[in-house]
Design a protein around this ligand. Structure first.
Ligand code: TRP
Length: 337
């Protein structure tokens, strides 16, 4: 295939309100990408992925708007990118099905996220949870994506996407799919749970207090950070292996203040953990305040949000329909006229 246009795509599931981890790992790096204008940027609210786990209908609706609104509030101007809801672009489900038939059971069974999530309930676990990596592969491949910024928990899925694309390129020709690669987000790669820094900060994994939600009020943010688990070494150093809780706080502060962990450590060398935590809380609050204000404005006008999403879906479909047609033709489908 001729050199593909640099294109990035990301998806966030509307299975809850987003967290500080989503902000630092996805929203923020994306807004920086956009500002550089080096890439075509696709941002998706992954509603088909959300329903791999049972969702309350009202909450799913509200969370779908919310994820989109947080994207925009974080500085992603929908005129400069393609912001859309996955189910508004039917090509995802269509290519997802085709890719499922080129995905092996063994490959899906090896996905660590599936193994974790299905633990102990193998027979009752939803088939969607098992198959979702092939749908995710479709999300990526539909836009001739070259780069997928993901945290460690998703790199395996991007690898599988590459394997499926390679398999089909071998069968149908190298111009079937552009091969994407996983890239690390520039900001905090993996924000961890404040109470259990060995786990990712996530609304589904977090117990009480370990997870900062983007909609949290100042007092809640401060309380959670002040109570974050650290260690008894009582020395400010950046050592993720031995001081994971502290390293997490340092990374969060670094990301919120546009510095490196090293620079943060330098500032707090010899200080106690208390003042560092105070600085982390302040930086997070300051970072989120303007974003929260913009979010509230957007959520107050759903009709306007709908308009934005309709425009996004239209743009997304132009590209997606083209790719789907190309692939279906290669596979031998008769396309409708
Ligand atoms: N699977 C991702 C998650 O659980 C969300 C997602 C869906 C995604 N499709 C994607 C991420 C495509 C990157 C690219 O967080």
């Amino acid at each position: 295939m001729s050199t593909p246009t640099p294109t990035i795509l990301s998806g966030i599931k509307p299975s809850g309100q987003p967290t500080l981890g989503n902000y630092l790992g996805a929203y923020l790096p994306f807004s920086r990408f956009l500002a550089k204008r080096t890439h075509n940027v696709f941002m998706m609210v992954a509603d088909h992925h959300a329903i791999t786990v049972r969702q309350d209908p009202k909450e799913l609706t509200e969370n779908t708007y919310a994820i989109a609104a947080w994207y925009i509030a974080s500085g992603l101007n929908p005129d400069d990118c393609t912001l859309f809801v996955q189910s508004h672009v039917p090509e995802h489900a269509q290519l997802g099905w085709i890719l499922t038939t080129f995905t092996q059971m063994g490959e899906l069974a090896r996905m660590t996220q599936y193994k974790d999530k299905s633990k102990g309930e193998n027979e009752a676990v939803g088939a969607g949870l098992f198959m979702y990596p092939s749908l995710m592969a479709a999300d990526i491949l539909l836009y001739d994506t070259t780069e997928v910024p993901v945290g460690d928990d998703q790199t395996q899925h991007v690898e599988l996407c590459r394997d499926i694309a390679t398999r089909m390129n071998n069968l149908y020709g190298p111009d079937t799919f552009v091969l994407p690669k996983a890239v690390k987000p520039v900001a905090a790669q993996r924000v961890r749970d404040l109470q259990n820094p060995l786990k990712k900060m996530s609304k589904s994994e977090a117990g009480e207090g370990g997870c900062i939600m983007l909609e949290d009020e100042t007092s809640a943010i401060t309380k959670k950070i002040k109570r974050a688990v650290t260690d008894t070494l009582a020395e400010v150093a950046y050592d993720p292996a031995n001081q994971p809780g502290l390293a997490n706080l340092i990374e969060i502060l670094a990301a919120c203040s546009h510095r490196t962990p090293k620079e943060v450590v330098k500032e707090f060398k010899g200080s106690q953990y208390g003042p560092l935590k105070g600085a982390v809380a302040e930086a997070v609050v300051q970072t989120l305040e303007p974003v929260q204000a913009e979010y509230a404005k957007l959520m107050a006008d759903k009709a306007e949000l709908q308009n934005i999403l309709a425009k996004g879906a239209k743009k997304a479909r132009e590209k997606a329909a083209q790719t789907l047609g190309r692939v279906m033709t290669k596979v031998g489908y008769v396309l409708p006229r």
